[in-house]
Design a protein around this ligand. Structure first.
Ligand code: 2AM
Length: 195
């Protein structure tokens, strides 16, 4: 049996924005102390470009090589985090996320990453919708807590956390553990420097 790792490809917010997101999560926890939220831990905050799932380890060098090739074609860019959203909708969220106000550069990068992995952007599971997940909501809380959710969106819906410079794309391994997933960077791929 071949060895597999659970992989995904992401960009990380810089330290200043990570601290602001962490403060927002603290505010959400204090203002809306619903037990049904599983907030993302500070060290796990990221914006996923592509989830690869269980992947044969022998494919990792090729994935890294393809990420290098993609990153040679893209320059560093700015990403502004703004607004709270939810999947599948704000009334009964399963996922609470932080949006971006300038989706074009990160979407172009994600679509190139998706193509490099042999998938088609804008189709099925590969369709990219830029967001940074803040919390996941357990099933039993989705209905009874609808007033909690309207409170969250009316208080923090337009939150504006500032801009991060995206300088690299990261191939992560995710190890699922009882206390929450542990993410490890397997390789980092620099975007082209801005002059
Ligand atoms: P997201 O929650 O920010 O969308 C690692 O598991 C990351 O891959 C998750 O944080 C999740 O990012 C993303 N992901 C996308 N599809 C996934 C799936 N089917 N299962 C697990 N993670 C997925």
């Amino acid at each position: 049996m071949s060895l597999q790792k659970r992989l995904f490809i992401a960009v990380d917010p810089d330290l200043i924005i990570t601290n602001k997101i962490s403060d927002l999560i603290t505010n959400l926890k204090n203002g809306f102390p619903a037990k049904g939220f599983r907030f993302v831990s500070r060290q796990n905050l990221h914006l996923t470009l592509l989830f690869l799932g269980e992947t044969d380890v022998c494919l990792i060098p090729d994935i890294s090589k393809k990420l290098d090739a993609v990153c040679q074609k893209f320059s560093e860019f700015d990403l502004t985090f703004k607004g709270l959203g939810a999947f599948p909708n704000k009334r009964k969220p399963r996922v609470l996320w932080l949006g971006v106000s300038d989706p074009e550069p990160v979407t172009a990068l994600a679509n190139a990453v998706i193509r490099s992995a042999g998938s088609t952007p804008d189709s099925g599971k590969s369709r990219f919708s830029p967001h940074l997940t803040l919390a996941r909501v357990s099933d039993e809380w989705r209905k009874p807590s609808s007033d909690v959710f309207s409170g969250i969106f009316s208080t923090h819906g337009d939150v504006s956390l500032g801009t991060t410079r995206v300088r690299e794309v990261i191939l992560y391994q995710s190890v699922l553990q009882p206390g929450g997933p542990r993410y490890t960077a397997l390789s980092r791929h620099s975007l082209q420097k801005l002059c």
